[in-house]
Write a protein that binds this ligand. Structure first.
Ligand SMILES: C[S@@+](CC[C@H](N)C(=O)[O-])C[C@H]1O[C@@H](n2cnc3c(N)ncnc32)[C@H](O)[C@@H]1O
Length: 220
């Protein structure tokens, strides 16, 4: 395992949060299903897919059956342990998707590189980029890992329009170790950063309103 932030505060934060995160229900089921449906529309049965920041693997377990291979990663071992438990339970019940594998990794880890320099058809990242301290570098790496024309499909929480409220609140929580790093994106800043990283944005949506920006971007 090669992590760029191994032992860092954010990794420990998410590690400790894993069991609670796994137990918390999806806040807006309709919006979640819309995100899944829009994603599935862009995937094909022969696709090789990478997911970054997969958490406890719920989305990976739902999407992996739609593609050929699906590597779902997270830098928090606590999250991946739970994802592996779910995968094992699915296998025991004969319901696990064939090509799904979980790994402790971040976007820069060697573990996410395909053998022989092969590239991904799609890279997925839900509720993720606003938590990354070097999003420009991460987007450059995502671009590098994709085939020409490959898709980066993401959902990012954009809190900029209420930064006056969320900014101080998150800072206080961070002082007490109760919040991880959070970047205050606006939709515009997120989409500009994505385009500047060498992507053509082909679809956007907000699921749920008003903060969760869904972006489908093609490697230009
Ligand atoms: C808000 S959770 C989202 C989990 C899942 N994608 C979902 O939508 O439910 C963010 C996840 O990203 C992971 N994460 C945060 N920063 C990361 C980074 N730099 N590299 C890899 N994973 C990261 C955390 O461990 C956590 O599991």
């Amino acid at each position: 395992m090669t992590l760029t932030n191994e032992g860092g505060f954010s990794t420990r934060f998410w590690d400790r949060a894993a069991r609670k995160y796994a137990a918390s229900p999806i806040k807006d089921q309709e919006a979640y299903e819309k995100t899944l449906a829009r994603t599935i529309e862009h995937l094909g049965p022969n696709d090789t897919v990478l997911e970054l920041g997969c958490g406890t693997g719920s989305t990976a377990l739902l999407l992996a059956g739609k593609v050929k291979s699906y590597l779902a990663t997270d830098f928090a071992k606590g999250m991946i342990d739970i994802a592996d438990e779910k995968l094992a339970a699915g296998k025991a019940a004969g319901e696990a998707p064939q090509g799904l594998r979980f790994a402790v990794a971040d976007g820069f880890s060697e573990e996410v590189e395909l053998p022989g320099g092969a590239k991904y058809d799609a890279i997925l990242a839900y509720n993720f980029l606003h938590l990354v301290e070097n999003p420009e570098d991460l987007l450059a790496r995502v671009r590098d890992l994709l085939k020409p024309g490959g898709l980066y499909i993401s959902k990012t929480v954009c809190l900029k329009r209420k930064a006056w409220l969320f900014g101080p609140m998150i800072k206080v929580m961070q002082l007490f170790g109760k919040a991880p790093y959070v970047r205050m994106f606006s939709f515009d800043a997120l989409e500009t950063m994505t385009a500047d990283a060498g992507f053509e944005i082909i679809e956007t949506g907000t699921y749920p309103e008003p903060y969760s920006r869904f972006v489908v971007a093609r490697k230009a």
